[in-house]
Design a binder for this molecule. Structure first.
Ligand SMILES: [Zn+2]
Length: 291
């Protein structure tokens, strides 16, 4: 590490980091870094630069430039990402350089509201059913596409531009387990005459969402997946079995060519076809059951 009296040239490949400590730094500081997800690291970096007595220059490079320092940083980042236990990054700021809070002049109603919502959200306990369903989606995605997705990525994926509004609502409610299906008809306080509704009238099994979308023998489910399989064969991309990951996590599909490049158009097609197919199965079931 260079000492504070040595001139320093920092090489950066991220435009957002570069702007965060140069052109956008003042604005972000005035806003108290409330919009930044990596605020602690940015604050520590800015404080370190301010504490230096010699000039610090910054240079932005591109991955394809083949800069040695950049390559080494990538290798370290990869090693870091594979760590089982995360290392503590020192982000303490010397009190002389510490700036806390946000400027009232930089605060907007929108920003204040989003911060309050975020803070309240942290205190909310996730619903048990939501946690179980998210685990089913992420396990399915891992198995089908070989990628790990975070909960935030899964929620973001259902708002994909390739998923229609009604379909997105259906996915959101399904993951939260909000539809009146299966055992919800038998929950405490439910009049006994409704208990029969928990059972699928065709298969005589508990009519869970999993049963409706992937297992039910009533006309609709198997036919739609069969038809989708036939259409998907036209793309030449291997078929995956319908489940919580491939269907309800359709917006997280990752398809690669033989050389490992992402096939983004095919991923979009997957998102459209699979999300619409699973929604159609639900609509057909409702048409059959709710008369
Ligand atoms: Zn059934």
């Amino acid at each position: 590490m260079a000492n504070e009296k040595t001139r320093l040239l920092e090489i950066i490949d991220s435009k957002s980091v570069f702007e965060g400590i140069t052109s956008r730094q003042k604005k972000q500081e005035k806003e108290g870094y409330l919009r930044q997800s990596n605020a602690d690291i940015t604050k520590a970096l800015v404080a370190k630069m301010r504490a230096r007595k010699a000039r610090t220059s910054l240079k932005i490079v591109k991955a394809e430039d083949g800069h040695t320092g950049h390559k080494c940083a990538k290798t370290l980042a990869k090693e870091g990402a594979q760590k089982q236990q995360t290392s503590k990054i020192k982000t303490d700021v010397d009190p002389i350089w510490a700036i806390s809070g946000a400027c009232l002049s930089a605060m907007t109603q929108k920003l204040a509201y989003s911060v309050i919502r975020k803070k309240k959200g942290v205190l909310l306990k996730p619903r048990e059913e939501t946690t179980t369903n998210l685990a089913l989606v992420s396990e399915g995605i891992k198995e089908a596409f070989g990628v790990d997705v975070t909960q935030a990525e899964m929620w973001k994926s259902i708002r994909s531009k390739h998923i229609s509004g009604p379909c997105s609502q259906f996915l959101w409610k399904t993951i939260h387990g909000l539809f009146m299906v299966g055992n919800r008809w038998r929950r405490e306080g439910m009049p006994e005459e409704y208990h029969d509704r928990a059972v699928c009238s065709v298969c005589e099994n508990t009519e869970s969402m999993d049963h409706i979308l992937f297992r039910c023998e009533a006309p609709g489910q198997a036919e739609i997946w069969r038809e989708l399989k036939r259409v998907w064969a036209l793309t030449g991309i291997p078929w995956k079995e319908p489940d919580w990951g491939t269907a309800l996590g359709a917006g997280c599909a990752v398809l690669r060519s033989e050389n490992g490049a992402r096939k983004t158009h095919m991923e979009s097609l997957w998102t459209i076809l699979w999300s619409e197919a699973v929604h159609l199965i639900w609509k057909l079931r409702c048409e059959r059951v709710i008369r």
